[in-house]
Design a protein around this ligand. Structure first.
Ligand SMILES: [Zn+2]
Length: 111
């Protein structure tokens, strides 16, 4: 596993990794409901240590874009929200999957 340096506010995070995190979230949310803390731990497993203050706005934006649908989290602000990929989110993911595969061929495999 590649470990990336902890770098809050690193331009790489804003410019490029932000998109990679969204794809990662979409991937997991297409398989099962995910929630913020689980996603923070999952990203940390991959060496991406995001703060909740970074992750939650991403989840909210993805929900606003119609890629994720949240359930729960009503009543108490501390209640857990579960996020699942919507049909639109799954279509976006399917398209991105093709683009990632093509990019992987060139950038990683050098084909
Ligand atoms: Zn993952």
């Amino acid at each position: 596993m590649v470990r990336y340096p902890e770098a809050m506010g690193d331009p790489l995070d804003r410019e490029i990794r932000l998109s990679l995190w969204k794809i990662h979230i979409l991937h997991h949310a297409a398989h099962r409901p995910v929630y913020g803390l689980w996603m923070l731990e999952e990203l940390a497993e991959h060496g991406h240590r995001l703060s909740p203050g970074t992750l939650y706005p991403i989840l909210a934006r993805m929900e606003a874009n119609g890629w994720l649908r949240a359930t729960g989290g009503t009543g108490s602000s501390k209640a857990r929200k579960d996020y699942r990929a919507t049909a639109l989110g799954r279509r976006v993911l399917a398209q991105l999957r093709n683009e990632i595969a093509e990019l992987h061929c060139e950038v990683v495999l050098g084909r």
